[in-house]
Design a protein around this ligand. Structure first.
Ligand code: GDP
Length: 623
């Protein structure tokens, strides 16, 4: 399936030519709208047979805005039929349309000089043809063939139709990226059907029954029926004019300019980075901060221009822009767009979307920003995925590949290549650049080093605190700590992270209080001084240090032991339980030679530690 668009000055005979070529009057079809699910309102088609693809023709009705129609398909049209009336020759709109075709990079075209039945003078015809060649010079259509026809007496029409079919047949099929997008150019409803939208399908297939999402609103529905050229379809292919009957969405939820796509496959944006070309015959240069009309797909929105690399863009020159859109629009990398001045209305130029989601406003005159856009514009999938990765790492590999705005297979291949080259890594399902991963570890070690400097009496930082400072997911954090340990740059003691070279060192005065405490502990044994008293003796910092160093064990709010005593108590209890099978609190109290308060505190702590288990009044060893 191919799509042809007509172009040319009003009243030059476009609609009449389409009818002569196809037998279908696009205007007549409009009236059929109410009678049946006629999907091709304003559109005609050719079914050449003999194995040739069907051809959809988008005509530009006299008073409709040409640009809206020209762009009504993100990928534009396959071929332009440029219609010039022999009696009038090249007119202002002819020139404007040619400029737009050039901006949209429509590579294939046919020039039709029509109404030749009105001309008797062969010299005049020759003159008009020369004028046409001149207008085409330096555009992508400079080599387009020229046909002289009359839609009224049929002269040259058969030859033109054959040439059109042959020329389209030479074109490569539309690229199927596996990402169908339908920029909606019309919305209506019909009794018994419900909501119907039409557009030129690009990027991939649509199938009856599948779920769809409408961007930018994000509403979801299901495809109830598909039609092209008044024929029902099970599946629509890219490059065709399609009408989609959607269930689950009312016409209030659908607008011209919206994009229908598979759920989650495209995102909308209010900011985009673009490559722009200012038309050669525009009077004024494009100014920074200028307000313009931005046309993309079937959408039209007011945008403010930020010129990134230059002061202004002169006629015929190119540059990098960031466009701030007044309303959200669904965009894809590579989409073509046009800018117009709102009043007096004038086409200024156009180009291609390079980054549909730049994320933030760029500063002007920054070489690194322009360089990045240059590489994105020329970039391979490999470069694009890597660029996305650097902007958003760490990111789930699956998410990275989906945001790549490209076919999943291509994205996956590019990702494989990046990991094989060793410049990217997949860790616990997350994608990271090699340098990003190394930087994370460097950051962790720097944070630890700073922590040690600020807290010389702490053994190190708790895992959870470190994880929340690095703001990375759990799985990734675990892998990072393992990596640090493996390299010998990091120690993990229970849940504390420390640098290997760090140890707690006490001042002589602090050491003295510790020694005093040890004497006190030795003297009191099981009936140890309270947590409160020990903290008073040591001071809170030294107390915390001894906990980190596991020289003391705090059993509960009140009870603390020196670690050697605690270990003794535990082995006594374990031995007793092994011998007797079980013990109640009274027996343990007697075993340890203490009061009930201490015995119960120890047992509850052992329960929590999973060393003992409580059954009624008794404790047993946890197997
Ligand atoms: P459009 O605005 O470009 O679509 O132009 P139309 O197809 O509506 O044609 C404009 C006028 O030109 C109509 O009155 C047509 O009948 C007339 N016309 C179109 N093609 C021819 C032709 O080949 N010969 C003559 N004599 N008149 C034509």
């Amino acid at each position: 399936m191919h799509v042809v668009g007509t172009a040319g000055h009003v009243d030059h005979g476009k609609s009449t030519l389409v009818e002569a070529l196809t037998g279908i009057d696009p205007d007549r079809l409009k009236e059929e709208k109410d009678r049946e699910m006629t999907i091709d309102l304003g559109f005609a088609w050719l079914k050449p047979g003999d194995g040739y693809d069907e051809i959809g023709i988008i005509d530009v009705p006299g008073h409709r805005d040409f640009i809206e129609n020209m762009l009504a398909g993100v990928g534009g049209i396959d071929l332009a039929l440029i219609v010039i009336a022999a009696d009038e020759g090249v007119m202002p709109q002819t020139k404007e349309h040619l400029a737009i075709l050039d901006l949209l990079e429509i590579q294939s075209g046919i020039i039709v000089v029509t109404k030749v039945d009105l001309i008797d003078d062969p010299d005049w015809l020759e003159l008009v043809t020369l004028e046409v060649f001149e207008a085409l010079q330096s555009t992508a259509l400079a080599d387009a063939p020229v046909f002289q026809v009359s839609a009224i007496n049929g002269q040259g029409i058969d030859e033109l139709r054959r040439a059109l079919i042959a020329q389209l047949n030479e074109l490569p099929p539309r690229y199927d990226e596996g990402r169908p997008r339908l920029p909606i150019d019309r919305v209506f409803s019909l009794p018994g059907f419900g909501s119907i939208v039409t557009g030129t399908l690009v990027g991939g297939n649509l199938e009856v029954g599948e779920a769809v999402e409408i961007q930018p609103a994000g509403n979801r529905g299901r495809i109830r029926g598909l039609q092209t050229h008044q024929t029902k379809l099970q599946e629509a292919r890219p490059g065709s004019r399609v009408a989609v009957n959607i269930s689950g969405l009312s016409t209030d939820e659908l607008r011209r300019g919206d994009v229908l796509a598979q759920p989650g496959s495209i995102r909308s944006t209010v900011l985009c980075d673009v490559r722009y070309r200012h038309l050669p015959d525009v009077r004024l240069p494009l100014q920074h901060n200028e307000e313009v009309k931005f046309f993309v797909g079937a959408a039209e929105v007011i945008a403010r221009v930020r010129i990134l690399g230059e002061k202004q863009i002169q006629a015929g020159e190119q540059g990098w822009l960031q466009l701030a859109l007044r309303e959200s629009v669904a965009l894809s990398r590579g989409d073509r767009f046009i800018l117009r001045r709102p009043s007096p209305s004038e086409t200024l130029g156009g180009g291609q979307i390079i980054d549909p989601h730049p994320g933030r406003k760029h500063r002007r005159f920054r070489p690194e920003i322009v360089n990045r856009l240059e590489s994105l514009a020329h970039g391979s999938p490999h470069d694009l995925i890597f660029d996305l990765l650097k902007q958003s790492e760490p990111i789930l590999v699956t998410q990275l590949l989906e945001t790549g705005d490209m076919d999943l297979d291509i994205a996956e291949n590019a990702w494989q290549q990046l990991t094989t080259d060793g410049i990217a890594l997949a860790i616990s399902g997350y994608a990271l650049s090699k340098t990003g991963w190394e930087n994370l570890l460097t950051k962790l070690l720097a944070l630890l080093s700073q922590y040690h400097a600020n807290n010389p009496l702490r053994l190190g930082m708790h895992r959870e605190e470190m994880r929340s400072r690095l703001r990375i997911p759990n799985a990734l954090f675990g892998a990072l700590v393992d990596q640090g340990e493996l390299q010998g740059n990091l120690d993990e003691i229970t849940t504390i992270l420390k640098l290997p070279e760090h140890s707690i060192s006490f001042t002589p005065a602090q050491q003295q209080t510790i020694d005093d405490l040890v004497t006190l502990f030795n003297r009191s044994g099981i009936n140890s001084p309270s947590v409160k008293d020990v903290k008073v003796i040591l001071g809170p910092e030294v107390y915390a240090a001894l906990l980190d160093l596991e020289q003391i064990v705090q059993i509960n709010e009140e009870v603390v032991y020196q670690a050697t005593d605690y270990t003794d108590f535990v082995s006594n209890i374990e031995e007793f339980l092994r011998e007797h099978g079980r013990a109640n609190a009274g027996q343990i109290r007697d075993l340890l030679g203490t009061s009930r308060k201490y015995a119960i505190a120890i047992l509850e702590y052992l329960d929590d530690e999973g060393i003992t288990r409580r059954e009624g009044d008794f404790r047993l060893l946890e197997e």
